[in-house]
Write a protein that binds this ligand. Structure first.
Ligand code: PLP
Length: 373
């Protein structure tokens, strides 16, 4: 197989079946498809079921995540919902790592309250502790690595091997939004399902909302396809096409995000106003604690290059305060126990010049040191 950069750039091209020689893939808006005759189909009937542009994208997503089938959804949350709707039922139990995207917890709590799908949290460290949480009703294990926002790295291979050794029926689900297939292929590490918010790195430009589910098993693929056909949370053709376009630069973007983030992860601890920096060593996500004498609101208002905004993974640098934004729905005690304090800043390092980013943070931290120590 060609390497991932070649696949990303060339994998969706040359599909123009009208023989125009178009270099890039065409975009189909049609919701309906003509049948040659009774009982015949081109493979496309109605766009909620299958749609040529989305199919092309899904094939590409399956290839880069080393799966067999992919499903493109209308948001990352729709991807998470697709997994739960297709693969769980009332009375099931699951275990998740304790530091996740806040919206995932909101979703899990709703499943628990309304549909009796209960869950336990695991700290992501000791796999034996995880095994102790398994019950006969356990259906799946949900992992994010590195975690959001505290950047804990979980041994996906170790978890998959240990769990499948005792319970081959339990599905290991990995939300691979932070590292992308450029740095991590969970299906190669023993996971059964990969989930993405493509709104983040795969889209990469802070202008696409979407999600994806990728599997390597025909039975799981059938269940997901059936659910998607039934509920219809599919990605529309235009966004699918934009995502095909975005994916072409994924490997260069990820390399540049990592280079900028590594530089900043080295620089940030040298500032007196920063207590601690959390970075997994790869990818573009950094978290850090502003010192207690720094005022968070003043810091945010003083930023000139980075935006104070609630997303990640795009070319534009975004800064978030998880305590009041992404993780606000989590009980205060849980937030503090995980290290999600009011002084914790999450930094999605963009592709601006690294020196400009450093200057921006340095100036904003200096401006924020207004409180008495
Ligand atoms: C943003 C995000 C989601 C939710 O995706 P949306 O596209 O916002 O619906 C899920 N998981 C992670 C890790 C995310 O960052």
């Amino acid at each position: 197989m060609t390497k991932i950069s070649t696949q990303l750039v060339q994998g969706t091209n040359g599909t123009d079946d009208a023989n125009t020689g178009a270099v890039v893939a065409p975009l189909y808006f049609s919701t309906a498809f003509r049948h040659p005759g009774l009982g015949q189909s081109t493979g496309y009937d109605y766009s909620r079921l299958e749609e040529p542009t989305r199919s092309l994208l899904e094939k590409q997503l399956a290839t880069i995540e080393h799966g067999t089938d992919a499903f493109a959804t209308s948001s990352g949350m729709a991807a998470i919902d697709l997994v739960f709707s297709a693969l769980t039922q009332s009375g099931d139990h699951f275990v998740c790592s304790d530091d996740l995207y806040g919206g995932s917890f909101r979703y899990f709590d709703e499943r628990q309250a309304k549909y009796n799908i209960n869950y336990d949290k695991w700290n992501g460290i000791n796999v034996d502790d995880l095994l102790l949480l398994l019950k006969p009703a356990t259906k799946l294990i949900w992992i994010e690595s590195p975690s959001n926002p505290t950047m804990k790295v979980i041994d996906i291979e170790g978890v998959s091997a240990a769990v499948h050794a005792v319970r081959p029926d339990i599905l290991i689900i990995v939300d691979n939004t932070f590292l992308t297939p450029i740095y991590q292929n969970p299906l190669e590490l023993g996971a059964n399902v990969v989930v993405h918010s493509v709104t983040k790195y795969l889209g990469g430009h802070n202008d696409i909302l979407g999600g994806a589910v990728i599997v390597k098993d025909a039975k799981l693929a059938d269940l997901l396809q059936e659910e998607l056909t039934t509920t219809g949370q599919t990605l529309d053709p235009f966004t699918s096409w934009l995502l095909i376009r975005s994916l072409k630069t994924l490997s260069v973007r990820m390399a540049a995000h990592t280079a900028n983030a590594r530089f900043l992860a080295q620089q940030l601890p040298t500032l007196a106003g920063i207590d601690k920096v959390l970075y997994a060593g790869v990818g573009g996500m950094i978290s850090f604690y502003l010192a207690d004498n720094c005022d968070v609101d003043t810091f945010l208002r003083a930023l000139k290059v980075c935006s104070f905004a609630e997303s990640l993974g795009g070319v534009e640098s975004l800064i978030t305060v998880p305590y009041v934004q992404t993780h606000h729905d989590m009980p205060v005690g849980d937030r503090l126990a995980l290290g999600i304090t009011p002084q914790l800043i999450r930094f999605s390092v963009g592709l601006e010049d690294k020196d400009d980013l450093w200057e921006d943070i340095k100036n904003a931290v200096a401006a924020s040191q207004t409180k008495e120590d």
